[in-house]
Each structure stands twice: as C-alpha cells, then as structure tokens.
Design a protein around this ligand. Sequence first.
Ligand code: NDP
Ligand code: 8X3
Length: 252
Amino acid sequence: MNNIALITGATSGIGKACAEKFAREKYNLIITGRREERLAALKKTLQETYGIRVYTSCFDVQNREEVFTALENLPAEWQQINILINNAGLALGREPFDEAKLEDWETMLHTNVDGLLYVTKAVLPFLKKTTGHIINIGSIAGKEVYENGNVYCASKFAVDALTKAMRIDLLKHGIKVTGIHPGAAETEFSLVRFKGDNNKADATYDGFQPLTPEDIADTIYYCSSLPAHVCINDLVITCTQQASSNYLFKKS
Ligand code: NDP
Ligand code: 8X3
C-alpha cells in the first residue's frame, strides 16, 4: 500500500487532528493510543468520510515489549510507512521541583522520551526502505524552561536533542527528521496535566486565544508535503499572544 502515515497518540488533540488532516490528504493511516474505543471510532469516521484505509494499534508507548510486538508484527501491507509522527506524550503536575511527585516524573520520562525511542526504533527498518520522514512533537517547553515545568521541560529538551541526533545519524539513509515545537494548544493536555481538574485545565487558556490542534496538524502536513530534497529541521509555533514559554500576553 502507498502513502502510509503512522501517528502515535491519535485518540485526542494534536494526534487526532493529524489523523484527520492526513486522511483528508488521502494518506492511509496507522493510528495508535491506549484508548481502544476511541481508535475504533476514529477509524470508522475516517474510512467512511475520506475513503482511505486505517489500521489501529492499541499499546502503551512506555511498554517496550508492547511497542515492539505491535509494530514489528504489522501486516506486510502496512509496513511501507512513509511518515512517522511521534506525538504521544503528556505533562503530569505543575509543582515546584521540591514538591513534584517522583511517579509523575517517571511517567513523563517513560512516555515522552522512552516511548518516542521505542516507537522510532521499531519503525526505522520500514522507514529505511521507504526513505521516510520522522516528525517529532517537542514543545516550546523543550526550548526554554519555565517555573514548575521542571521534568516536563526536561523531557521535551530530550525530544529536541534526539530530533537533532536522529537527523545527523539518519542522513545516510535519506530519512528526513523534523522537530515541531508548539506553544499552548487547547487539547486534553491540561486536563491530563491537572489530573482531571476541569477548572484548572480551563483556566490555562483564560485571557488568550491558544493554538488549535488543527493549526498544528496543518503545519505538520505542510512539512511533510515538501519536495524530497527539502527538510524543515525545526519549527516553533505559538499563538500570536505567546512569544515563548515565559511570555504570554493575557487580556483580562
Ligand atoms: P492530548 O492529551 O489531547 O493527547 C495526548 C495523546 O497522547 C493521546 O492520544 C494519548 O492517547 C497519547 N498518549 C499519552 N500517553 C500515552 C501512552 N503512555 N501510550 C500511548 N499513547 C499515549 O494532548 P496533546 O494533543 O496536546 O499532546 C500531543 C503532544 O503534543 C504531546 O507530546 C504534548 O507534549 C505535545 N504538546 C502539547 C502542547 C499543548 O499545549 N497541548 C504544546 C506543545 C507540545 P491515550 O490516552 O489514548 O493513550
Ligand atoms: C505544552 C506547552 O507551555 O504547557 O508543551 O509546556 S506548555
């Protein structure tokens, strides 16, 4: 099969918006996440709406064995992956370093760093054959540390470093590697970060107009659609009211 994009964390937010955008552009999709019922519902909608094919794979990116079992055993017709979007990720908590929970730190590092490494390693043999494109979702949190961002920021600094390292080491295979670093985007991100506290999650976006997941998906698609000899290395994208992790202009 031609034109296959694999998107991790497609059950919500940026990943889901990418699935919709790439489906509209006639890509066949491998969509992953832990919430199986959401994957099944998205598959049905995308297939019916856009006439493309969708393969769902339900696993936790933190679990090395689950990742490799799922991806190394993809049916042969789904192995010709052209684009890998490493999007699955999360923040947990927003406490100062001395008060933050070790378990939250571990989950962020296991998901945002280990998960990205496992998925990429498992998919690389396929990407080498297609001369594919890896798109890693970092964050402005991986460009500049902010108060109480500690380990989430560190995990996204790691994504930035790994993106650069992959680009260098995979040059010889002709594989493109792009880092996309969004600022505040309204998704389930804050609900997850504040562990289901709707008031805190909603308050995150008070006083400014954040990015939408679709804004980011459009940008990702643009990066993926350039000629073979052109690679966008690194792209920071914020809403107009945000200049960096530490400068957000809010209207009261
Ligand atoms: P959402 O919470 O809306 O989506 C996160 C996605 O990641 C979900 O599909 C979730 O799927 C998946 N995911 C999380 N943990 C795991 C896991 N252990 N195994 C498999 N899948 C997992 O947030 P966003 O769309 O905002 O986040 C997407 C990416 O964008 C993240 O990497 C985030 O750090 C980054 N980002 C977000 C910004 C924002 O302001 N929203 C800004 C900058 C970067 P499921 O729960 O079904 O497993
Ligand atoms: C998400 C953006 O500013 O909440 O990565 O860290 S921020």
